[in-house]
Design a protein around this ligand. Structure first.
Ligand code: SAM
Length: 383
């Protein structure tokens, strides 16, 4: 890795602030984010793919996504299921969620991800019972992605057996975050602090950002890469920002009164920019589980998913939500167009992986390197 890391440094060498695991510094990451020459980017793609293979192997972990509810109390300026938007709302029953989990088990996925808007109707007890039943009745790992919930309920869900929690910090630019993600007023703490607390509770913890959200600069995006490393995350998911026309950020970067003059350092919300971020996340967090996101596959319908997997990603999150609900979980347009059932989609997925020379992961697919480090550590302690 050192030799190839040195090539990346040579191509983008700047100054000598603290290097990342592949030897990349913040300024070098920044230079890669700004890079536009295809021949140079080829080195980044190759190196990210190599680091992925070396650290997490050729398995692609399959996490079945279940979009449990599209109710949300928040008014995030980017999100199509924000409170106040007139759209039909739904909340799945426990029976329906369990049916999806059984489907995940039949398709031999290792994990289900229960995701929802920040919905007080998804009560503490509802989630606790659901987690218990999935853990009792299937071999699946359970990931929760339910927004900023109270510490007490996060503790309860962990005790019930939940394995992982996903909470994207969306951008490390705090002022921008507050602008696009208005507070409700009863938050116990900032999302970043919540991520630290989730780790301390024993969750495998994931975060991520939207690439190209209006107001995001290259500088702040480079800061996100360092933050991912500092937070020591087990999962990092990054997709392009995709404007939803019925939201305040509906027209995308440069739209409306976002103070984005012509000379701003606005990050574009393109598939290529997202792929650079995926590749750099792999360099900064070599052992992390990194999804090739649906947002990336939506931005580049032809090959976004595949390119993500070839440029650093090792996770795919097929959508198991029943179609009648999936079309209503419209966080951005174009996401739910695929007419496939989960079974039809699965056949295509297997063919895609085979064509890429990859294979579906077996088992829950936790963070392999950390697991083996833990094993070594406890073996030493035993001695
Ligand atoms: N409510 C939970 C939360 O906020 O963490 C989970 C659901 S939320 C809809 C899941 C993710 O969708 C967010 O973290 C955000 O990154 C992404 N998202 C929302 N609107 C988006 C948009 N317009 N383009 C791209 N991603 C978007």
């Amino acid at each position: 890795m050192q030799a190839a890391g040195a090539v990346l440094k040579l191509l983008q060498g700047r100054n000598q602030d603290e290097p990342g695991p592949a030897g990349l510094t913040r300024d070098e990451a920044l230079a890669w984010l700004r890079e536009t020459e295809d021949w140079k980017l080829g080195f980044l793609w190759e190196e990210a793919d190599r680091v992925r293979r070396e650290h997490v192997g050729d398995d692609v972990h399959l996490r079945g996504l279940i979009e449990v509810s599209n109710h949300c109390r928040r008014q995030c300026h980017y999100c199509g299921i924000r409170a106040g938007r007139r759209t039909p709302r739904y909340r799945m029953t426990a029976y329906e969620v369990l049916e999806c989990a059984r489907l995940a088990q039949r398709l031999e996925y290792g994990t289900v991800v229960l995701q929802a808007g920040e919905d007080p109707g998804i009560t503490t007890g509802f989630v606790t019972d659901l987690v218990r039943r999935i853990k009792d009745e299937t071999p699946l790992a359970v990931t929760l992605s339910l927004g900023e919930r109270k510490l007490a309920e996060l503790e309860e869900w962990r005790a019930a057996g939940a394995d992982r929690y996903l909470l994207k910090h969306e951008t490390s630019d705090d002022e921008l975050f507050r602008r696009i993600h208005p507070a409700c007023g009863d938050e116990e703490m900032h999302r970043l602090e919540l991520l630290r607390r989730l780790k301390a509770m024993g969750y495998e913890t994931g975060s991520g950002v939207m690439v190209g959200i209006p107001g995001q600069t290259f500088e702040s995006l480079a800061g996100d890469l360092l933050l991912f490393r500092e937070l020591d995350l087990e999962m990092v998911g990054c997709g392009p920002f995709l404007p939803h026309p019925e939201t305040p950020l509906g027209e995308g970067p440069g739209a409306g009164d976002w103070g984005l003059g012509k000379d701003t350092d606005q990050v574009p919300n393109t598939d290529v920019m997202t792929l650079k971020v995926v590749a750099l996340v792999r360099m900064f967090c070599p052992d992390a589980n990194i999804p090739s996101t649906t947002a990336l596959a939506t931005a580049n319908k032809e090959s976004g998913r595949e390119l993500g997997l070839q440029r650093g990603a090792n996770v795919w999150m097929p959508n198991l939500t029943p179609l009648k609900y999936r079309v209503l979980y419209e966080i951005y347009p174009g996401k739910a167009k695929a007419p496939d059932t989960a079974e039809e989609f699965h056949e295509k997925l297997l063919a895609t992986l085979a064509a890429l020379g990859r294979r579906p992961g077996k088992g829950p697919g936790g963070q392999r390197q950390k697991e083996s480090h833990e094993d070594t550590r406890s073996a030493k302690e035993d001695i």
